[in-house]
Design a protein around this ligand. Structure first.
Ligand code: IPM
Ligand code: MG
Length: 371
């Protein structure tokens, strides 16, 4: 089935290696119990790569990622590297991988399992059944636009510049991803921009409308200003199906959507490139949460987002929908049984650490496999 699929693991920094070790146990379980075989390798990224090789995204890591069928990424960054020059910071590890592999479509589902309805930042009635897919453009916009930098003006005062740039091709290709996903869901796309203020936003709105009219008339499209979208997400989130946004707006709105689900510790993501002529598609899977330096090394981090990222990888890159579903079901059952890591702890539930959560998921997988 998935024999010889090449999987590259990049644990990174902070809680990255801790939660990744639980994802690796799930991988080992799959190889043992489901007779699938992957070619798994591991490389350095972020602060870990700075320490070992002086570069947050060494050429060897980029080459390994290019050669892989899929990349499972942990998280990068931490106070240890805060003092480094801007061009050397750990975050460049993920930004460069996105750019080098052309990973332009960042899929961030915000899904609220019934067991966690009370963990949400909103009242249960406003969020029960929440199932939003944010499609965030991830190789363009203000994250990469030129000119950028801090320089001195004629009077010697410092001026900081970032540039939001989008070509119509960049907008159209990520819009297509959003519309295609909507077709598999509830057929609605909300496209986010600031067309009332930004020129790039005006173009964003026109191109999305053109792609919609020409190729996806069966999907409902609405345009929403980014500020209004933030307000709507925080007050009436059930109205959304797929949200399409630029790199920066998608970054902000996906953290907000995560808060609706109660914890960043639960949310996986996929970042996909274009389909290549040989039928391959570069793809990287990572939790939406960061390296959480404040709890790193304590064994308390929630491994669910990392393990759910592995499930997304199996489904999207390896065509293993059944195994992906098993993992998702196992996690739902563990939550339903009352186990909670600190980030999703609720009164009356049993608080456990990273490894115990991982073990509980393996036990549920055993039961599912035996059924
Ligand atoms: C994310 C993160 C990254 C981003 C950082 C770590 C560069 O916030 O993936 O949402 O801004 O894209
Ligand atoms: Mg972010």
């Amino acid at each position: 089935m998935a024999a010889n699929k090449k999987l590259l693991i990049l644990p990174g920094d902070g809680i990255g290696p801790e939660v990744m070790s639980q994802a690796k146990r799930v991988l080992a379980w799959l190889q043992r119990r489901r007779a699938v075989s992957f070619e798994v390798s591991e490389a350095l990224v972020g602060g870990a790569a700075i320490d070992a090789a002086g570069d947050p995204c060494p050429e060897a890591t980029v080459a390994a990622a290019r050669a892989a069928d899929a990349v499972l990424f942990g998280s990068v960054g931490g106070p240890k590297w805060d003092g480094l020059p801007f061009e050397q910071r750990p975050e460049l590890g993920i930004l460069r991988l996105r750019k080098e592999l052309g990973l332009f479509a960042n899929l961030r589902p915000a899904l609220l399992p019934d067991a966690l309805v009370d963990a949400s930042a909103l009242k249960p009635d406003l969020v029960r059944g929440l199932d939003i897919m944010i499609v965030r453009e991830s190789t363009g916009g203000i994250y990469f636009g030129e000119p950028r930098g801090i320089h001195r003006d004629a009077a010697g005062k410092r001026v900081g510049i970032d540039t939001e740039v989008y070509s119509e091709e960049e907008i159209a290709r990520v819009a297509r991803v959003a519309f295609e996903l909507a077709r598999q869901r509830r057929h609605k796309v909300t496209s986010v921009d600031k067309a009332n203020v930004m020129q790039s936003g005006r173009l964003w709105r026109s191109v999305v409308a053109e792609v919609h009219q020409a190729e996806f008339p069966d999907v409902a499209l609405e345009h929403m200003y980014a500020d209004n979208c933030a307000m709507q997400l925080a007050s009436r989130p059930l109205q959304f199906d797929v949200i399409l946004a630029s790199n920066l707006f998608g970054d902000v709105l996906s953290d907000l959507a995560a808060a609706l689900t109660g914890s960043l510790g639960m949310l996986p993501s996929a970042t996909l490139g274009a389909l290549q002529p040989d039928g391959r598609r570069h793809a990287l899977y990572e939790p939406v949460h960061g390296s959480a330096p404040d709890i790193a090394g304590k064994g308390v981090a929630n491994p669910c987002a990392q393990i759910l990222s592995l499930a997304m990888l199996l489904r999207i890159s390896f065509g293993m929908a059944e195994e992906a579903q098993m993992i998702e079901t196992a996690i739902e059952r563990v939550l339903a049984s009352g186990l909670r890591t600190a980030d999703i702890m609720q009164p009356g539930k049993a608080r456990v650490g990273t490894a115990v959560m991982g073990e509980a998921i393996l036990r549920e997988l055993d039961k599912l496999a035996a059924a």
